[in-house]
Design a binder for this molecule. Sequence first.
Ligand SMILES: NC(=O)c1ccc[n+]([C@@H]2O[C@H](COP(=O)([O-])OP(=O)(O)OC[C@H]3O[C@@H](n4cnc5c(N)ncnc54)[C@H](O)[C@@H]3O)[C@@H](O)[C@H]2O)c1
Length: 352
Amino acid sequence: MNILITGNLGYVGPVVARHLRLAHPKARLIGFDSAFFALSTTGTTVLPERFLDEQHFGDIREIPERLLEGVDAVVHLAAVSNDPMGKQFEPVTGDINFHASVNLGRCASKAGVSHFVFASSCSVYGFAPGAARKETDPLNPQTAYARSKVNTEMGLAAINDPRMIVTCLRFATACGMSDRLRLDLVLNDFVASALALGEIVVLSDGSPWRPLIDVRDMARAIDWAATRDASDGDAFLALNVGSADGNYQVKDLACAVAARVEGVGVNINRSATPDTRSYKVDFSRFAARAREYQPQCSLMDSIQGLVDGLRRMAFADKDFRNSPYVRLKLLEAHIAAGNLTPDLRWSKLTRP
Ligand SMILES: NC(=O)c1ccc[n+]([C@@H]2O[C@H](COP(=O)([O-])OP(=O)(O)OC[C@H]3O[C@@H](n4cnc5c(N)ncnc54)[C@H](O)[C@@H]3O)[C@@H](O)[C@H]2O)c1
């Protein structure tokens, strides 16, 4: 089996590559990434990409079609990947996350790829008070990032190639340790805050609901989608990926981290304007369809993994919200240094 993983040099990618290598020892694993965050490793002494057979560098907006020759499954992770980045780079988010993703789907169909896995997001439900959202509920994306995920799902559905099994995994918010860490995710931020500041500063009023999934469980779901059988008729599937007990209020996450790290208090900004991104999600369809690939990491497993990983790095950066582990900050620094253009392309070398 040949598997192409786009965006493999991000936060989720290294965990996915490791999982796929263990699950499919004989598979040929191919990475493709623009390498924006390639140097954001977490003290690992070996390259996370050692589990791959090939690593290609390039821009998904100009994916070389030859890369898809002989590929059985595409795992499409490459994206401008959160709300603040989507806000800062709105047109580029549409170009990369939507247009380039649907184009990749078309190229994959043309090349005879049998499985196409798209990393979508539960943020497609947006502000969704009340009952947990099912796949059949209306979508209500609040941000450029969430809209790009909705548009891509629709674009992939329209390809409508009965030979290509397309699975859009609407992931809960990711958490947990990775060889390329992100600290702009709610649980990761809280653990970093606890260790570096000795307190957890919650920027919102703590009331929003957020479903969480550990990166290791994302990799399990991707493995399912890259190999699933569509004999029951669903060649195209969009489904929520997380666990039944994985919906939390932000303030409860802060308290769970505080309970794990001794001497840490929780500081909630009660006067913050309400966060419009609040949703509970129903994961029963994923539970029924992917029985052998269900999430296995508890909230405490994720917190413990982060505490251990950050302590291994001797993490103590009080200003971590401005550090390279916050993706927007790293992209802004690359642009300020002239390494990246404002439309997120590597600058060409010019003679001095
Ligand atoms: N982290 C989460 O909470 C979460 C939740 C749901 C879904 N997702 C989705 O999962 C996927 C992976 O997320 P992540 O957290 O690893 O993101 P990330 O930002 O850490 O990594 C994304 C990778 O895509 C690459 N990339 C971006 N633009 C590119 C381009 N034009 N060409 C080639 N490569 C490009 C980047 O270099 C980076 O390595 C994304 O599609 C994201 O939207 C993430």
